[in-house]
Design a binder for this molecule. Structure first.
Ligand SMILES: [Zn+2]
Ligand SMILES: [Zn+2]
Length: 203
């Protein structure tokens, strides 16, 4: 089922890529927009992770499963590496790729349209980047991307797994943690009495 969904998603993303006016936007703006898309995917991952770490979604099973998965992830962080890439991609497709794909046809500005495309493409790898941050031996190319800070590192994401579990929610590149950390420090206690007690709540 996950594989079929991924094939469907790849077709949709390919159509989205085909709808982008690459030549009219030009090479340099395309590079800039790709980096901006990566940054936005990282910000999205921070909010996505914060929300699913703390909130149940009993009214919508696929989202509630993600909440339970994040809770279990805090009990056994290495378990994420046991799953398949299909499962990890599916989680990100449901929470980022599909909702943004629905908006894409309504974005007429050429630059904004391309930015949406980059976000859609890169946000698809949110949970995969998370998994690579836990792997002791990620693929060599990923290790290189981690050294270049284009994918979040074991060191940066490891901080999230240290009590009180409220730092470094962003899990794509980790670039946005520098300002998301103070933001969630401010927002978390306002929303949740149990902020920072993820594992204790689950026991
Ligand atoms: Zn977490
Ligand atoms: Zn983790």
């Amino acid at each position: 089922m996950a594989r079929l969904n991924i094939i469907f998603c790849v077709i949709l993303v390919a159509i989205a890529g085909y709808s982008v006016s690459w030549s009219e936007v030009g090479l340099l703006p395309t590079i800039g927009l790709a980096f901006l898309g990566l940054f936005l995917a990282d910000i999205h991952s921070g909010f996505y992770h914060f929300i699913f770490d703390h909130f149940e979604f009993k009214f919508f099973k696929p989202f509630n499963e993600q909440h339970e998965m994040f809770q279990l992830h805090h009990q056994d962080p290495m378990e994420i590496c046991q799953g398949t890439i299909d499962e990890r991609l599916m989680l990100s497709i449901l929470s980022g790729t599909y909702p943004t794909l629905l908006l894409l046809p309504f974005v007429e500005n050429l630059y904004l349209h391309q930015l949406f495309f980059w976000f859609i493409l890169l946000a698809t790898f949110t949970q995969q980047c998370h998994s690579w941050a836990h792997e002791i031996r990620p693929p060599r190319i990923i290790k290189m991307l981690q050294r270049l800070k284009l994918v979040t590192t074991r060191l940066m994401h490891g901080i999230h797994h240290i009590p009180p579990y409220t730092k470094n929610y962003a899990i794509v590149t980790g670039w946005s943690n520098v300002f998301l950390n103070p933001f969630f420090d401010w927002l978390g206690p306002k929303l949740l009495k149990s902020y920072g007690k993820i594992i204790e709540n689950h026991e």
